[in-house]
Design a protein around this ligand. Structure first.
Ligand code: ATP
Ligand code: MG
Length: 565
């Protein structure tokens, strides 16, 4: 029994099972409804994969719907990026791509229906007055003086709103529910406003736009969504959601279910803040590899598999909590470990000269691409008299337990020979500029040499065939010590070292590398070719993640969802 995994269903699956068993729904249909006002981030990935995963699990349908009811901040650029990101994540909406703005007619009809039922009225109060009338958590609100307008008058005024008779803010349409409701969302919420703006889809057809709380349930209902999954902050809006679908008389109305947002510690999530970093030029666009936007993660070298695994590990829960960034890094390391070739690149080069190796000679040594995955084969690695090694792999005065190169010491050059350090050359400031060694031809890697062992192995690149490249090394965008946001003014505490650029040398097998290829640079981490800036003759590599991790997968994943597939 030990290996048997108990598959417990998460709370959303339990609700769906119950709904199906009780006959409330006979199928499952979910949707992902982004507002096209920015790029998607890792939190959205969670929502996408959750909704898509549920539709698959229950052999249902998954709708991709742009919630584009607010023309102020929406743009086609965002629509395109969102589609690209969702497809890349592997959530396939097939032919089920929708735009909420295509339902503006239905929404208008719904509003007219509410007016006719005496459930909505046109109100002339200003936004500020509406706020004053709304009351507080402890005090009931006051009825608007326009609340008792007749149906006929409301119909006429609402039509005038639609026909452009009023300026922005002059009149609104409000649901007529209950100004004394303990739930403030139910106190005659605004459902339509006047906004003379051009919409990216409907152009100038409309000058009134529905509010989110009114539009969203209608969008779901029109599409026959069964389970409308959203994040916790909408819990208090659920009574209004239910009110809208009931009063608009939709059959088999959808059901709203809330789950906790994904928060990553010490990382900027939240579209608003990411947008600010992009707009003030702190980062290089929405796909800057330091951002946890989906396009940033992709450019950084993350794979859809790693993100899916991460989301699965995080699970679905009803209470807010945050997750360590190290968990995301763990997932990409695990994904790349067996898939990628392990190649040599020197990030901080120091010249090493083998004095007893014939000048001008190049030999080609066999190098396995991945010792843990033979299927990746091997390559020929050029070796010569002059090499580059990592500066930190040499110490003139070694510390205790330093097993790499120092005067008099012998180490193995990975996939090559043993070398012994004989001499150090310095410049006038005392900086080491060259290390001289001798090599032992008997010790060639792969030969049966068993004469002696060495404690250190270092990597290298032959100078005559090395390819110069740019390596971009990343750290968190924000200062972990200080926290992401400044308590006083909400500004961000940025880490000045979040990007460091190095000129490095890579082995010639990488000369033709192109995005989205990625590799393990031995000892230095996983790197991918940068999709924006890398070009033949000027290679740019992004460090995806270093090799070391302090992250341990909890023996029992601390989440309510266990892996169901
Ligand atoms: P942000 O909070 O970053 O501004 P948003 O909620 O305004 O994002 P929308 O485009 O409205 O962005 O979101 C689309 C969907 O993604 C919504 O259903 C929303 O609940 C979900 N979502 C947004 N952020 C997260 C998150 N951090 N974790 C899980 N789901 C999220
Ligand atoms: Mg939103």
């Amino acid at each position: 029994m030990e290996n048997e995994t108990v598959v417990t269903k998460n709370f959303i699956e339990q609700i769906i099972d119950k709904d199906l068993a009780e006959g409330r729904f006979d199928h499952v249909q979910t949707r992902f409804p982004p507002e096209p006002n920015g790029y998607l981030h890792i939190g959205h990935a969670k929502s996408i994969l959750l909704n898509y995963g549920l539709a698959r699990e229950y052999h249902g349908k998954f709708n991709m719907r742009f919630d584009d009811t607010n023309p102020t901040k929406e743009k086609i650029e965002y629509v395109e990026s969102i589609k690209e990101d969702i497809a890349w994540l592997g959530a396939d909406w097939e032919d089920r791509l929708f735009f909420a703005s295509d339902y503006f007619d239905v929404m208008y009809e719904c509003a007219v229906k509410l007016i006719k039922k005496g459930k909505a009225f046109v109100c002339d109060l200003s936004a500020e007055e509406i706020r004053e009338y709304r009351g507080t958590l402890t005090e009931p609100g006051k009825n608007s003086p326009y609340r008792e307008r007749s149906v006929e008058e409301n119909l006429r005024l609402f039509e005038d709103m639609k026909n452009g008779v009023y300026a922005d803010g002059e009149k609104v349409l409000r649901a007529r529910i209950d100004m004394a409701s303990p739930n403030i969302n139910m106190r005659d919420p605004v459902i339509y406003r006047v906004a003379h703006m051009t919409h990216h889809n409907t152009g100038d057809t409309w000058c009134i736009y529905p509010m989110y709380d009114f539009a969203h349930p209608i969008e779901d209902a029109v599409e026959h969504v069964t389970h409308s999954i959203c994040t916790l902050e909408f819990e208090d809006h659920r009574p209004l959601y239910d009110w809208v679908v009931k009063e608009c008389e939709f059959e088999n109305p959808p059901k709203q279910i809330e789950f906790a947002k994904l928060y990553l510690r010490n990382v900027v999530t939240g579209k608003r803040y990411i947008k600010k970093l992009v707009e003030d030029g702190t980062v290089d666009g929405w796909d800057d590899p330091r951002l946890v936007t989906i396009s940033g993660l992709r450019r950084r070298g993350y794979t859809p598999e790693a993100i899916r695994r991460f989301v699965e590990l995080v699970g679905v829960s009803k209470s807010n909590s945050s997750v360590d960034y190290a968990m995301l890094e763990y997932c990409i390391r695990e994904d790349l470990k067996l898939k990628k070739s392990r190649v040599m690149a020197v990030l901080d080069p120091l010249k090493l000269i083998i004095d007893n190796y014939p000048e001008g000679q190049i030999e080609y040594l066999d190098a396995p691409n991945n010792l843990e995955n033979e299927a990746l084969g091997s390559r020929k690695l050029p070796f010569g008299r002059e090499l580059y090694i990592e500066r930190e792999d040499f110490m003139e005065n070694p510390l205790k337990k330093y097993f790499r190169l120092f005067p008099g010491n012998e180490v193995r050059l990975m996939n090559a020979y043993f070398v012994t350090c004989t001499e150090v050359v310095k410049d006038s400031q005392g900086n080491v500029t060259e290390v001289h060694c001798t090599y032992d031809p008997e010790t060639k890697s792969g030969s049966a040499f068993s004469g002696r062992k060495v404690k250190g192995t270092i990597h290298w690149v032959a100078a005559c065939t090395a390819v110069e490249a740019e390596a971009r090394l990343y750290e968190n965008l924000v200062d972990e010590e200080k926290g992401v946001y400044n308590e006083e003014d909400g500004s961000m505490n940025l880490n000045p070292d979040s990007l460091r650029v190095r000129t490095c040398f890579v082995e010639p097998s990488l000369a033709e590398a192109e995005a989205p290829e990625s590799f393990q640079f031995v000892r230095n981490g996983y790197f991918c070719v940068d999709s924006k800036d890398s070009e033949p003759g000027h290679l740019v590599f992004n460090r995806i993640v270093s090799l070391k991790s302090s992250f341990k997968l909890p023996a029992e994943p601390g989440n309510e969802k266990s892996c169901t597939n």
